[in-house]
Design a protein around this ligand. Structure first.
Ligand code: FES
Ligand code: FES
Length: 167
């Protein structure tokens, strides 16, 4: 592959150092799903509108459908699979499940990534904060009430856990 159509990048993916060479405009969502077989992040709109492809990029939610290879050199990328060992993510997922937050579930990984990022940055997030934090995520099934119930329950459930983490 020539330098004109291919570049080498190194980045951190779910805690592991990874390197690959591909076209500079190859999208992160394709790298994840096709090259790494990490299918937790979904492709919905493909143009940055639905949030189904949300990952954490240096801890902040980012749309993997909009990120090209050259943009994640040296960055820290976490996919839904990368949350599996995280206690706060388990609490969040349980709270959402207890409220039957999702129906088909296609949007769920994106909502979890966005919510987790929000609650890590702002453990005292209120209703307005939660709504603002989820502005980039679309659900075609639920009408959002169940997701918001689950998000509020998750915020409540995570407060004591965070207090315990930081005495
Ligand atoms: S698929 Fe990336 S925002 Fe919709
Ligand atoms: S539960 Fe189906 S798109 Fe959200």
């Amino acid at each position: 592959m020539s330098g004109l159509d291919g570049i080498a990048v190194s980045f951190r993916l779910n805690g592991e150092e990874r390197s690959l060479m591909a076209a500079a405009d190859r999208r992160l969502i394709d790298v994840l799903r096709d090259d790494m077989v990490l299918t937790g992040a979904k492709e919905g709109c493909g143009v940055g509108r639905c949030g189904a492809c949300t990952v954490l990029l240096d801890g902040e939610p980012a749309n993997a459908c909009l990120l090209m290879l050259w943009q994640f050199e040296g960055r820290d990328v976490v996919t839904p699979e990368g949350l599996d060992a995280e206690t706060d993510a388990a609490i969040l997922r349980e709270a959402l499940a207890a409220e039957n937050a999702f129906q088909c579930g296609y949007c769920a990984p994106g909502f979890v990534m966005a919510l987790l990022s929000l609650l890590r940055r702002n453990p005292d997030a209120n209703e307005a904060d939660i709504r603002a934090g989820l502005e980039g995520n679309i659900c075609r099934c639920t009408g959002y009430h169940s997701i918001l119930r689950g998000a509020r329950a998750a915020a409540e459930a995570l407060r004591p856990a965070r207090a315990g983490d930081h005495p």
